[in-house]
Design a protein around this ligand. Structure first.
Ligand SMILES: NC(=O)c1ccc[n+]([C@@H]2O[C@H](COP(=O)([O-])OP(=O)(O)OC[C@H]3O[C@@H](n4cnc5c(N)ncnc54)[C@H](OP(=O)(O)O)[C@@H]3O)[C@@H](O)[C@H]2O)c1
Length: 260
């Protein structure tokens, strides 16, 4: 990754921060974003202290707004000279029973998770048309493995995969690959409530064959591969990182034995 320039949206905590740290460790310079300006500054400061002042920058704003995404890409290119890798990671979740979903909540999730990914992908790709690049979308197993009470989230993530695959088709001729990483349940601020829930946390864990929740670093490792030179002929792929949760259902051996 040495000499590569990467953009990570939602890079101030959780999965996005782990991706920023991984790409920095692998040698890339990183521009990150988030809505909260103080958190962006604090994250940039912390990562710069660990990896070098000249290797990290950031800007605050919502990925749902074209002006912010354009400004973020412009500032990244002004600071580092180019853009090689864009990771569309920023995302939110809003829970409600299907019958109770309000328009504002629906709109905010779709604006962040789907329009935000569209804007990040389009604006980053425009910057990459002459020299090629790597775009990685953070989708979710929720793109195809539905969980109740988060219909807007499920729909946004399924949309992300369709968007990613269409962009991959149209951008391949420019040397731009577009892929997605679909995590299962990863311990972050977004999921801490469920993980810590005395009843539902352990029950959820039973459905993960690998026997543990994911870590942000598990996701960052998959992103690092898709963002690398090694993945040059991989495009339009949805790489699932879920400890086996969505493979299928385990049955007890005695329930599968041949009956005589
Ligand atoms: N955790 C999981 O189990 C899991 C599983 C599958 C997929 N994912 C996906 O992975 C991504 C990261 O999730 P996470 O668990 O790391 O979440 P998180 O801990 O809540 O972090 C979300 C990050 O996105 C930023 N963000 C949120 N809305 C934004 C917006 N409109 N514009 C710019 N930045 C915004 C947040 O900063 P601000 O709040 O300051 O804006 C923060 O940096 C999301 O797309 C999520 O859907 C997570």
């Amino acid at each position: 990754m040495t000499g590569k320039i990467a953009l990570v949206t939602g890079g101030t905590r959780g999965i996005g921060r782990a991706i920023a740290e991984r790409l920095l460790r692998d040698g890339a310079n990183v521009w990150l974003s988030g809505r909260a300006a103080d958190t962006v500054s604090a994250t940039v400061e912390a990562l710069a202290a660990a990896h070098g002042d000249d290797r990290v920058g950031g800007s605050a704003g919502s990925v749902a707004r074209r002006e912010h995404v354009q400004d973020m890409v412009d500032r990244c290119v002004a600071r580092f000279g180019k853009l090689d890798i864009a990771v569309a990671n920023a995302g939110i979740e809003s829970g409600a029973h299907f019958l109770e979903i309000e328009d504002d909540d629906w709109d905010e999730v779709i604006a962040t998770n789907l329009k935000g990914v569209f804007l990040t992908t389009q604006i980053a790709a425009r910057e990459m048309t002459s020299s090629g690049g790597r775009i990685v979308v953070i989708s979710s197993t929720n793109a195809f493995f539905m969980e109740s009470h988060i219909a807007s989230y499920n729909a946004s993530k399924a949309g992300c995969v369709a968007l990613m695959r269409t962009a991959a088709l149209e951008l391949a001729r420019y040397g731009i690959t577009v892929n997605a990483v679909g995590p299962g349940l990863v311990r972050t601020e977004m999921t801490e409530g469920l993980v810590r829930d005395a009843e539902h946390g352990p029950r959820y864990l039973e459905g993960i064959p690998a026997g543990r929740f994911g870590t942000p670093e598990d996701v960052a490792a998959a992103v690092a591969y898709l963002a690398s030179d090694d993945a040059g002929w991989v495009t339009g792929h949805h790489l699932i990182v879920d400890g086996g949760q969505t493979i299928g259902v385990e049955l007890p051996l005695d329930a599968t034995s041949r009956q005589t």
